[in-house]
Design a protein around this ligand. Structure first.
Ligand code: HEM
Length: 488
């Protein structure tokens, strides 16, 4: 992994006249095809090899395959896979693809998990409710803008204190547990008028309650990765034969609902003014806080720490120099100070490019349409499911030089032009969130938090080392050392 030379190539755009080809690949038998593919995807080949093997086989970045879970949970696992930067972008065009009930792919968890309602993230922008809910979330965040940085600094300070004390007693510390506690605290306090969730009936259990609720919904499309690969079929039967019933987490969900109902009153009042029923708004608030925000942060922060740790001490030194000098000149960690930290900004984007926290996106063709890759055009029929595996789109070698390398300064200077090929938020990094599109409304907040995490880390420490593995959808990170800043 290099953190030195900038590497921006000119992205090659698709030629105007591309040959129209049938989509290669096969879905196989209705029942056995999806099982064959999911065993290969999870166990015999593994996620990334599954896709790269088929790119080789079909000599195409667009092909047919099945995506999990398949039988008996989803009745239509057939997808057309999009694995390059050009074809992937069709998923952002909501005039061409329908985003109704596709958040988790080819299956929709029981609506019991969301109060019997289709919450915002399940709605297509053509549904009127989508715009009102998304507008509510966008204004909720906008009115809390001034709290973003100071509240996060408070939460991070606790996180670093806890990390230090665990390392001093146990010689190592699991980052994920502490990061989850910090993230839940931050999200709850941001949305609930600074109320500390540990002072509510939730106590310190908030993160665990959400984890269980998330796990039960997402189990059919994940893998625990704890069984030896030869025994993968056991996990496959366990996780992907029947969906987990909601009653097992009903009381956990009720506790979360009650806490947000009691302390998220200012958002619920705003919702009522927009004509959204209070109960519906509260179920949406639980989903926003638990699934979208906290669920995203579960993957986001460990991933960022992992990539920055692996980039090594040379990068740490450069980041510390930039961060400390800008903070000194600007008199603190402000929005304008963060804008001036060009390397820190680039590192956050480079992480979001190389390891996007939500790697899957789906959309159903609204009409018959043509999708282009770099070198061919494909006819897609109305109703067919398009599936983009994002790490392949944002590591497209025709757009990014040395795509598999973590190049810390990739987006500095001229490199900024490549930001339009960074897709982590379900939209181009250069385009704005709108009530009418499906881009994450937390987009700017998320990038900001990545930067502030780096800033606070390198104000406090010179360097650090971790061990990293993978659990379910996230990096699992253990701190082995933290070296305190030498000049403070
Ligand atoms: C922390 C890291 C986060 C990541 C990685 C993330 C990522 C994403 C992605 C990829 C989507 C699109 C899903 C799809 O339709 O395929 C999305 C949607 C959404 N995100 Fe985020 N998000 C994060 C944080 C947040 C935060 C902090 C909020 C708000 C407080 C938020 C609220 C939402 C909502 C409401 C949607 C649905 C948007 C719509 O229906 O138009 N997310 N997010």
């Amino acid at each position: 992994m290099s953190s030195s030379s900038s590497s921006s190539s000119s992205p090659s755009l698709p030629a105007p006249e591309l040959p129209l080809k049938p989509v290669p690949g096969d879905w196989g038998h209705r029942f056995f095809g999806p099982i064959r593919d999911r065993l290969a995807y999870f166990y015999s080949e593994g996620r990334d090899d599954f896709f790269s093997n088929r790119i080789q086989k079909y000599k195409s970045t667009v092909f047919k395959t099945n995506m999990p879970p398949g039988p008996f949970i989803s009745s239509s696992p057939r997808v057309i896979c999009l694995l390059d930067s050009v074809s992937f972008a069709v998923l952002f065009d909501t005039s061409k693809v329908e985003k109704r009930d596709v958040l988790d792919g080819t299956y929709l968890p029981s609506l019991d998990y969301t109060g019997g309602l289709r919450v915002c993230a399940y709605l297509d922008p053509s549904e009127q409710k989508h715009s009102s809910l998304k507008y509510l979330f966008m204004t909720t965040l906008a009115t809390r803008h001034n709290k973003f940085i100071p509240l996060f600094q408070t939460c991070l300070s606790q996180l670093f204190n806890d990390l230090e004390s665990e390392i001093s007693t146990k010689k190592k510390a699991s980052f994920n547990t502490l990061s989850d506690a910090m993230s839940f605290n931050y999200v709850f306090r941001l949305l609930c008028d600074n109320k500390d969730p540990t002072e509510t009936k939730l106590g310190s259990k908030g993160p665990k309650l959400v984890d269980k609720w998330l796990l039960f919904q997402l189990a059919p499309i994940g893998s625990l990765g704890v069984l030896p690969s030869g025994l993968g079929f056991l996990e496959d039967v366990m996780l992907r034969t029947f969906a987990f019933p909601f009653f097992l987490v009903k009381s956990d969900y009720q506790k979360l609902y009650d806490a947000f109902y009691d302390f998220g009153g200012s958002i619920l009042d705003e919702a009522e003014k927009l004509g959204i029923d209070r109960d519906e708004a509260c179920h949406n608030l639980v989903f926003l806080a638990g699934f979208n925000a906290y669920g995203g942060m579960k993957v986001l922060f460990p991933g960022l720490i992992k990539w920055v740790a692996l980039a090594g001490e040379k990068l740490h030194k450069k980041l510390a120099e930039e961060i400390r000098s800008v903070v000194k000149a600007e008199g603190g960690v402000t929005f304008s100070a963060l804008e001036k930290m060009v390397l820190t900004k680039s590192v956050a984007y480079e992480f979001l490019r190389i390891d996007p926290p939500v790697p899957f996106q789906y959309g159903k063709a609204k009409t018959d349409l043509v999708v282009q890759s770099h070198d061919a055009a494909f006819e897609i029929k109305k109703g067919e499911m398009l599936f983009g595996y994002q790490p392949f789109a944002t590591k497209d070698p025709k757009v990014f030089e040395n795509p598999e390398e973590f190049v810390a300064d990739r987006f500095v200077g001229e490199g900024e032009k490549l930001l339009k090929y960074v897709y982590w938020s379900n939209g181009r990094e250069t385009e704005d969130v709108a009530a009418e599109n499906k881009t994450c409304p937390g987009k700017n907040l998320v990038v900001l938090l990545c930067r502030v995490l780096l800033v606070e880390l390198f104000l406090r420490y010179d360097t650090f080392e971790v061990d990293a593995t993978v659990f379910m959808f996230a990096a699992s990170v253990t701190f082995k050392s933290l070296t305190k800043a030498s000049n403070t």
